[in-house]
Ligand binder design. Structure first.
Ligand SMILES: [Zn+2]
Length: 586
C-alpha cells in the first residue's frame, strides 16, 4: 500500500496541473491563476480556475474542484485507477507492481494480446473506411445518401464498407497479423477454405469503447442476398466486446460531454437511430444493442450523465426485460425517463417524418419511471373501462401492481405517488400506507363500497350544494381521493366563486365517466322540506369532518417536513398551532 501512495505523490509531482489541463482546455492567464470555460457545465464566460501553486482546479460556476487526478477522472469519465494510468503514462512513470511475478507476467501477456486485438480492429476499420470511398463502395455511398446521412456524419462514425469475403483477410495478412488473432477478436471468421470476412457486402459501422478504440463492428446488409442472412449482423462475443455490456456511440457521447456538458443521454435500440439523431443535432445518443440493460451499461451511462431517457419502439419498451433493465439504471442512481415515439415509429423514422423539433418535444414529454410503470399497469388492467364488470375485476390487480411499484420508491417519491394512485383507484391513501408499512402487497379486498364517514361527508356536502339547499355554502375543496369527487368539487367551487347556483343536471357533464353508484350517492338523497332541519345539522357536521381531514393532512405533511429540517423552529410553532386547531374541532 505504501507503494501506491508514493506512486500517487509521484504522479502529482510529475504532472503539473496547469500543463495537464492546458492539454485539454484553452487556458488563459489571469493574475496568479489560469482561467478556462468549464468542461463540466455549459458556460459562455470562463469561471473555471486553475491554481499552479496549490495544484488544484475549481469552478465557481458549478463548484467542481480537485487535484490533477480528479480532473482527469472527471474529464475522461474514467475511474481513479484509470486516471492514474493515464497520468503515469504521460509522465513516463511505471505502474506499481502489486502482484506476484507470475500473475504479473500473465497480466502483461493479456495486455499485449489486447493491444494486438485492438490494432487488428483499428486496421480493419481503416480498410472498411477506404473501401467505402473506393469504386466498389458506390453501393454503400448511395445507400447512405438515401438515408440522408451527410459526409460529416459518415466521417464522425467512421462508416465503411466490406466489398467481399477475401479482401480484408488479404489486407490483414499483408500487415503481418496472425490469422488466429484476427479470428479471436472477431474480425475474421474461421472457414475450411481459409479465413473470411463474415460482414461481406454490408455497410460497416464500427463500435468504439469509451477510450475511442474500435472493439467490434456492426454490418447492415445492402443487397437482397446479404439481407436474407440478417439485415443487421455484428461481431460475436470476443475478449474485447460483449454485446450486452457495451453501448454504441459511447465515445461520441463522451466527447460531447467534454465539449458542452451533457444534460442527458438518450438510449435507443439501434445504430441507425443513433446516427440519425446525431445528424439531427442530438449528440448524446447511445444504442444499447438489445433492450435489456445491464449493470455494466448502467456504469457507463452514469459516468456520462445523471439523467437517461429510454427511447425504444413501442413493442420493446413494455417488455418485462426492458422494464427490468430500467430498474437497473434506477438502482444505479440514474434519473430514468421513458419516451414514447408515436405511430410505432423508431427515432430515425420519426425525425425524418416530423423533424428534430418534434423529437425534442418527445424528450420533454418523457415520463418518470414510476409514471411509466403505472401506465403499463393501466394498459394491462383497464381500471377506467366503461364496463363496470371489467373495471371491478381490474381494480384489485392494478392496486396490487401499484403497491409493488410504490415499494421500490424512496419516502418522498412514495408519498407523492400514493396520492396519485389513491386518486386513480379510489382506495384511500391510508389503505396504501397501511399495506406498505405491513409489507403486504396482496390485494384481496374489493373496492370500498362501504364509504368511510369522511367520504360520506364529501358526498353529502356535494349533494346539498347541487340540490341548491339554502344553508349550503362551500369555502374549500376537500381532499378528493377519486377523480369523480375532484371534478365535482372543482365545478362546485367555480359556481361558488362566480356567485352562481350549481345545477344538478350538470353532474353528468362535469363527471361523464362516473359509476351508477357514484351518481346515486349524490342524487338519491331526501332533500324534502321536512328533512331540512336534520340535513342542515348533518351538513354542518360534514363540513367539520372535511375540514378536520384537511388539517390532519396538513399536519402529516408538516411532520414530514420537520423530519427533513429538524432545526427549523418555525415549523414546530406551526405544528403546535395546527394541533390546537385539530383539537378544537373535536
Ligand atoms: Zn463548472
Amino acid at each position: 500500500m505504501a507503494d501506491w501512495s508514493d506512486f500517487i505523490q509521484q504522479i502529482k509531482r510529475q504532472n503539473d496541473i496547469v500543463d495537464v489541463i492546458g492539454g485539454y482546455l484553452e487556458l488563459r492567464r489571469s493574475g496568479a491563476n489560469f482561467m478556462a470555460r468549464c468542461p463540466f457545465h455549459g458556460e459562455k464566460t470562463p469561471s473555471f480556475n486553475v491554481n499552479r501553486n496549490l495544484q488544484i482546479f475549481k469552478c465557481f460556476g458549478c463548484g467542481e474542484s480537485g487535484d490533477v487526478i480528479k480532473f482527469v477522472e472527471k474529464y475522461e469519465s474514467c475511474t481513479f485507477v484509470e486516471a492514474c494510468e493515464i497520468l503515469a503514462k504521460r509522465a513516463g512513470i511505471p505502474m506499481p507492481e502489486n502482484s506476484s511475478n507470475r500473475e504479473d507476467k500473465e497480466l502483461k501477456e493479456r495486455k499485449k494480446k489486447r493491444e494486438t486485438y485492438l490494432a487488428i480492429c483499428r486496421d480493419a476499420a481503416r480498410f472498411y473506411y477506404r473501401a467505402y470511398y473506393s469504386e466498389v463502395g458506390s453501393v454503400a455511398r448511395s445507400y447512405v445518401a438515401k438515408r440522408g446521412f451527410d459526409e460529416a456524419t459518415v466521417k464522425r462514425f467512421g462508416i465503411g464498407y466490406s466489398p467481399d469475403v477475401r479482401s480484408l483477410p488479404q489486407f490483414l495478412r499483408s500487415k503481418g497479423y496472425d490469422m488466429a488473432d484476427c479470428v479471436k477478436c472477431g474480425v475474421l471468421q474461421a472457414n475450411p477454405k481459409g479465413e473470411i470476412d463474415a460482414l461481406a457486402g454490408r455497410l460497416i459501422i464500427p463500435i468504439f469503447n469509451m477510450q475511442s478504440q474500435v472493439i467490434a463492428f456492426g454490418g447492415r446488409g445492402l443487397d437482397d442476398y446479404t439481407i436474407s442472412r440478417g439485415k443487421y449482423k455484428n461481431t460475436a462475443e470476443t475478449p474485447l466486446f460483449t454485446k450486452k455490456d457495451n453501448l454504441f456511440a459511447v465515445n461520441i457521447a463522451k466527447e460531447q460531454k467534454q465539449q458542452t456538458a451533457l444534460r442527458y443521454l438518450v438510449v435507443v435500440e439501434g445504430y441507425m437511430d443513433v446516427i440519425a439523431m446525431y445528424q439531427a443535432g442530438f449528440k448524446g445518443a447511445v444504442a444499447s444493442m438489445g433492450t435489456s440493460l445491464t449493470e455494466q451499461q448502467a456504469k457507463w451511462l452514469s459516468r456520462l450523465s445523471d439523467t437517461v431517457y429510454i427511447c425504444y419502439d413501442g413493442d420493446a419498451a413494455g417488455q418485462k426485460a426492458t422494464v427490468r433493465g430500467m430498474d437497473i439504471l434506477d438502482r444505479a442512481g440514474l434519473e430514468v425517463r421513458v419516451m414514447t415515439v408515436p405511430e410505432k415509429l423508431d427515432p430515425d423514422e420519426y425525425i425524418k417524418k416530423y423533424g428534430a423539433e418534434a423529437f425534442e418535444q418527445l424528450i420533454e414529454q418523457a415520463m418518470p419511471l414510476p409514471d411509466y410503470k403505472l401506465q403499463l399497469l393501466e394498459r394491462t388492467f383497464p381500471i377506467d373501462s366503461p364496463d363496470p364488470a371489467k373495471r371491478n375485476n381490474a381494480l384489485p390487480k392494478y392496486v396490487k401492481g401499484a403497491l409493488t411499484m410504490l415499494k421500490s420508491l424512496d419516502d418522498v417519491a412514495q408519498a407523492r405517488y400514493i396520492t396519485a394512485v389513491s386518486v386513480k383507484t379510489g382506495y384511500s391513501e391510508d389503505y396504501f400506507r397501511r399495506k406498505l408499512s405491513e409489507g403486504d402487497t396482496d390485494v384481496t379486498e374489493v373496492a370500498q363500497t362501504q364509504l368511510s364517514p369522511d367520504e360520506k361527508a364529501k358526498y353529502f356536502v356535494a349533494s346539498c350544494l347541487l340540490h341548491g339547499e339554502p344553508y349550503a355554502t362551500l369555502d374549500e375543496k376537500p381532499i378528493c381521493n377519486t377523480a369523480f369527487l375532484s371534478d365535482l368539487y372543482d365545478y362546485l367551487l367555480q359556481c361558488s366563486a362566480q356567485g352562481q347556483k350549481p345545477a344538478a343536471d350538470m353532474l353528468y357533464t362535469v363527471c361523464p365517466n362516473a359509476s351508477a353508484e357514484q351518481y346515486a350517492q349524490i342524487l338519491d338523497v331526501d332533500m324534502s322540506k321536512a328533512r331540512r332541519p336534520v340535513n342542515e345539522r348533518y351538513f354542518g357536521e360534514c363540513k367539520r369532518l372535511i375540514h378536520a381531514e384537511k388539517l390532519r393532512f396538513k399536519r402529516d405533511r408538516l411532520t414530514q417536513k420537520i423530519k427533513e429540517n429538524p432545526s427549523d423552529s418555525s415549523l414546530l410553532t406551526e405544528l403546535a398551532e395546527l394541533s390546537k386547531k385539530i383539537n378544537d374541532l373535536r
